[in-house]
Design a protein around this ligand. Structure first.
Ligand code: PGA
Length: 259
């Protein structure tokens, strides 16, 4: 069965002591979740310590980025193997802040994706259009371009290890959330790209997360929408009550679905 995921992207927030205190409290508050997979993606500097805390829980650890080379003279970069050795199971790749602030091109993101898979990390691959691209009717083309560039030449078993995060750039950190209809419609488009490359079955089984201003106040209606398989959360993941509330909303929704 497809797992539903609530992932926290802390971005460049929380130093090591802050991360430890936060994770110790958060993990206690999330102990009762049976149906929802939680992934915490702190900054690199906190990975090892948080990994030690999460190793005793069901919560997964992810990084926010990596480089595709295994080792060498790449000052400032981190390899997939380094992330694995710090207990990471997941890695966020192609986040819009990496694409737009740090100019990461599609082919670099593809190389990172392949390196992550070869090392046994599960990529959370982000795709999303800017406001200008949406307003000019190019959303589907942009998503297709990003999708194809990232996932080209993957085998079905490799694709099964990937998670897709649809994050409209205009909704990230802006407080403007995609409506459930917009998100659902776009997730359907992404699912049809998976179906085209692999199969309808594969497309239905693919976890596609929504990200962009997810908050306790909008999580219920978004998760109740067809085709949204969880969230990638920035701002609200930094506030314990908010992140716990969103995770519990998802858990309660899943519990109701079982009845
Ligand atoms: P936000 O960020 O929840 O603060 O909008 C989401 C993300 O960038 O992953």
């Amino acid at each position: 069965m497809k797992r539903i995921i609530v992932a926290a992207n802390w971005k460049m927030n929380k130093n090591v002591p802050e991360s430890i205190v936060f994770t110790e409290r958060l993990s206690k508050n999330l102990l009762n979740l049976k149906r929802t997979d939680i992934i915490l993606c702190p900054p690199y500097t906190s990975l090892f310590n948080i990994g030690e805390i999460l190793n005793k829980t069901d919560i997964y650890l992810g990084a926010q980025n990596m480089y595709f080379e295994a080792s060498g003279a790449y000052t400032g970069e981190i390899s997939a193997d380094m992330l694995k050795s710090a207990s990471c199971q997941y890695v966020i790749l192609g986040h819009s802040e990496r694409r737009h602030i740090f100019n990461e091109p599609d082919d670099l993101i593809h190389k990172k994706l392949v390196a992550a898979l070869e090392t046994g990390l599960k990529p959370i691959l982000c795709i999303g259009e800017t406001l200008e691209e949406r307003q000019s009717g190019r959303t589907v083309n942009i998503l297709e371009k990003q999708y194809v560039a990232a996932f080209r030449n993957l085998s079905e078993s490799q694709m099964r290890k990937c998670v897709i995060a649809y994050e409209p750039v205009w909704a990230i950190g802006t407080g403007v959330v995609a409506t459930p209809e917009q998100a659902s419609e776009t997730h359907k488009e992404i699912r049809s790209l998976v179906a085209g490359q692999f199969s309808y079955k594969m497309a239905t089984e693919m976890a596609i997360l929504y990200g962009g201003s997810v908050k306790p106040g909008n999580a219920a209606e978004l998760i109740a929408t067809d085709d949204i398989d969880g969230f990638l959360i920035g701002g609200a993941s930094l506030v314990e009550e908010q992140f716990v509330s969103i995770a519990q909303t998802v858990e309660e929704y899943l519990a109701k679905q079982e009845k």
